[in-house]
Design a protein around this ligand. Structure first.
Ligand code: NAD
Length: 491
């Protein structure tokens, strides 16, 4: 059955200059649920990326000069357009990724639409700096700054939260007056194509938003990062890809914003609300089959509650229902692809080789139906590994955690910070002073206390170290998507 449930295989074309364009060179998009073919995707050629840039440069002149109110009206219409076609978006996202429908319908799609409203609201109210300055003649000067869009922004996005993470960039970039060229992940091209349709219906000027499909190296991704007509690149994905993009974009020193991988710690103190900590850890380890950059892969539990915590989390993991997205009982879908499953399973095997205790999971489930052709993997918990093992150092990006006991706060903080990554952390405690102390001691960009994935979209979002640089969210995003120009007036 195809993406639209009709038995027809879709064709996903590039969206350039307001038109859907075929390249003739297609690649297959299959679902990780059971391997069924969903669509043929037209891989953009270099010439198509050139055309998208030319159209974007032309459109940027119109889009950036539109009154802010008028620009926001189009962005609100885009949000409404996603909402109006929400069922189609949810179905496309669940088939491309395999994630439960409940997740796509509560998080991915509504938050994808909300991004356009949030940044349209914000651009109408955001201010800039102004200073009065003394001068030797006593008359003074005034300095103020204004925002100036970059022009053309390239958005390169990953497969784990396709619409949500791409619109998290597209919306502030467009609200700031830039034209955008989106390259969605080759694994999840469908909602980007639907978004192009919504943009057209919403009255977006031709060329202000384009979608080019394809891969990284020697394909649409690299054509974008090396293109002199693209002024800024905003990227979410793996750290090694970030490095490749940085090198490619160095020729014309493009502005870069990178949201990269993580190896996030979660610290559970003995004084924590036990049930809340368990509930939160189940989410922070297994949500989206562990494929959220913010997921906890390293869990540190204070020794007095260690055995009880491990036993309870094991029970929860074993109760977890793996299944198809449309089944309302499904809590976990498959990984994104067989290739990614090989990687995750490789870490499961490595953990065993290194002598880990397999608390639960560690393998590939067998269903006895068509799901056996999918990319499912068991939710897994390990204990017993040393902190310097590869399993504790490298991002796995699957439904797995390792639990380590600790005796003192200092020890927990030191182990949690012993990583080259620095994206997110979670602390579970009812001790107020400790909550602040430990959260502030974490070397990570996003730190939660007694919660996980609770997001106020105005707050800074981004990583440290190998997790990237630059901050998204609220005004921080607007600061990246515009140059602030200073005007100095001598009085
Ligand atoms: P990926 O790096 O493999 O791919 C991301 C995108 O980059 C895709 O569109 C891909 O086609 C493109 N790409 C690959 N090579 C390229 C190249 N040489 N030039 C230009 N583009 C290229 O990442 P993924 O596997 O799609 O996503 C998973 C990763 O993303 C994980 O590491 C995860 O932690 C990270 N991630 C981070 C955040 C965050 O906010 N920090 C959020 C989500 C995911």
């Amino acid at each position: 059955m195809a993406a639209d449930g009709s038995g027809n295989i879709r064709e996903l074309k590039n969206f350039i200059g307001g038109e859907f364009v075929a390249s003739g060179n297609t690649f297959e998009n299959t679902t990780p649920i059971d391997g069924t073919l969903l669509s043929h995707v037209h891989e953009a050629t270099k010439e198509m990326v050139d055309n998208a840039v030319i159209a974007a440069q032309k459109a940027a002149k119109i889009w950036s000069k539109m009154p802010v109110e008028a620009r926001c009206k189009v962005l609100y219409a885009v949000a409404d357009g996603i909402d109006a076609r929400s069922d189609e978006f949810i179905e496309a996202e669940t088939l491309d990724t395999g994630k439960p429908r409940s997740l796509a319908s509560h998080v991915d799609i509504p938050r994808g639409a909300a991004n356009f409203r949030v940044f349209a609201d914000l651009i109408k109210s955001v201010g800039t700096e102004a200073y009065q300055q003394d001068t030797p003649d006593g008359l003074g000067a005034i300095n103020y700054s204004v925002r100036h869009p970059h022009g053309v922004v390239g958005v390169i996005s990953p497969w784990n939260l396709p619409l949500l993470l791409s619109t998290w960039k597209i919306a502030p970039a467009m609200a700031s007056g830039n034209a955008v060229i989106l390259k969605p992940s080759e694994e999840t091209p469908t909602t980007a194509t639907l978004l192009a349709e919504v943009m057209k219906e919403a009255g977006m000027p031709d060329g202000a938003f384009s979608v080019v499909h394809g891969f990284g190296e020697n394909s649409a991704g690299e054509f974008m990062t090396t293109h002199r007509g693209i002024n800024a690149i905003t990227f979410t994905g793996e750290t090694t890809t970030g490095g490749a993009i940085m090198r490619a974009a160095s020729h014309d020193v493009k502005a870069l914003s990178f949201e990269l991988g993580g190896k996030n710690p979660s610290i559970v103190f003995a004084d924590a609300d036990f049930d809340a900590a368990i509930e939160g850890t189940v989410r922070s380890v297994f949500a989206n089959c562990g494929q959220v950059c913010l997921c906890s892969e390293r869990v540190y539990v204070e020794r007095p509650i260690f055995d009880k915590f491990v036993a309870t989390l094991k029970e929860k993991a074993e109760d977890m229902k793996l299944g198809r997205p449309e089944d309302p009982d499904t809590q976990m879908g498959p990984l994104i692809s067989h290739e990614h499953r090989d990687k995750v399973k490789g870490y499961y095997d490595l953990a065993k080789e290194l002598g880990a205790t397999v608390v639960t999971g560690g393998g590939i489930p067998e269903f006895g139906d068509e799901r056996d052709n999918g990319a499912f993997v068991e939710p897994t918990i390990f204990t017993g590994l040393s902190e310097d093992s590869r399993v504790q150092k490298e991002e796995i990006f699957g439904p797995v955690c390792h639990i380590t006991p600790f005796d003192t706060e200092e020890e927990a903080v030191s182990m949690a910070n012993d990583t080259e990554y620095g994206l997110a952390s979670t602390v579970w405690t009812t001790n107020l002073a400790r909550a602040h102390r430990v959260a502030q001691g974490m070397e990570a960009g996003i730190n939660w206390v007694n919660c996980w994935f609770l997001r106020d979209l105005r707050t800074p979002f981004g990583g440290m170290g190998l997790s990237g640089f630059g901050r998204e969210g609220g005004q921080h995003a607007l600061n990246f998507y515009s140059e602030q120009k200073n005007i100095c007036i001598k009085l």
